[in-house]
Design a protein around this ligand. Structure first.
Ligand SMILES: [Zn+2]
Length: 293
């Protein structure tokens, strides 16, 4: 397990979920060049990847609405062409909050069918009611299994992975740049959130990690939904860790242990200190796995 780098990360304050009360005034959008005209953008919420080139600008995820102007300002430093497409990796508000503003500005929003379905009606997320999004924020182009964009000299494969973090997740692979955005299938440096209310499951999450591994090689730049930029070896270690925890929790459940007995057995103790201090605490991770087995 390559946990050393993870252990050194500051991951305490990652605002994962939309909050109307949150103060975004001090958030800065940082841009990091990746490869072949692709860039990672971070601010508050899910990691974004932008492609800027001769055909214009293309963006994966768009964080929260109050950050849209700052995100557009950051994109305008990449080139002076318009933002043409936004792909959402899934429906959560820390990845789609900018859709309304960017849709109004003319971007075509692309996502899996279930992203549009969920954003069209009120959702429950960790006990909070999330209202339906306005029409202009909804994906205009949706797909069931996959879709390909041909932009800026690259071939961009958008691939649905079923019942993983939600029921509408997509992985996005830039073939020429060899950059892979994993969406919230991959939390780097902290335990993942599995949104069972939105159709997520541990089995689907593990299959989605395998799909990401199949799409990558030793030089792929792997962008997680949350946490620092990563690579295939770290993604493989993350998948192996979760598979181990899934197997241990499944065995305890098969013995007839209740959820509270399994939590008390601390099946994830090996990484609780390094990965379990941020958004998702160890007992939450155990609960997600136990309940979605
Ligand atoms: Zn999410």
């Amino acid at each position: 397990m390559r946990m050393i780098r993870w252990a050194t990360l500051a991951v305490a304050a990652i605002p994962l979920l939309a909050s109307a009360q949150q103060d975004f005034s001090k958030v800065e959008i940082k841009t990091t060049a990746l490869r072949e005209g692709t860039h990672m953008l971070t601010g508050a919420g899910g990691n974004m990847v932008a492609s800027a080139g001769a055909d214009g600008v293309f963006l994966i995820d768009d964080q929260f609405a109050p950050l849209s102007d700052k995100i557009r300002a950051a994109l305008s430093t990449l080139n002076d062409k318009p933002l043409r497409f936004v792909v959402n990796t899934h429906w959560h508000g820390d990845h789609t909050g900018g859709n309304e503003n960017l849709g109004k500005a003319g971007a075509v929003i692309v996502a899996h069918d279930n992203v549009r379905k969920r954003m069209s009606v009120e959702q429950l997320l960790l006990g909070d009611k999330i209202p339906a999004a306005p029409g202009v924020a909804l994906p205009v182009v949706t797909f069931a299994s996959d879709l390909t964009l041909h932009l800026n000299g690259d071939t961009v494969r958008v691939k649905h992975v079923a019942h993983a973090h939600t029921d509408g997740d997509a992985l996005v692979k830039f073939e020429r740049a060899n950059v892979l955005h994993m969406g919230d299938v991959y939390f780097n440096g902290l335990y993942p959130f599995i949104d069972a209310e939105s159709g997520g499951s541990i089995g689907g999450l593990l299959e989605a990690v395998d799909s990401g591994l199949a799409l990558s090689d030793g030089t792929t730049i792997v962008v997680p939904g949350h946490g620092p930029v990563s690579n295939r070896a770290e993604l493989a270690a993350y998948g192996a860790m979760l598979k181990g925890y899934r197997d241990r929790i499944a065995a305890l459940k098969a013995e007839g242990k209740t959820l509270s007995q399994v939590i008390a057995a601390k099946p994830t103790a090996a990484t609780d200190e390094t990965l379990g201090k941020a958004f998702i605490k160890p007992e939450r991770l155990v609960t997600f796995i136990y309940e979605t087995l």
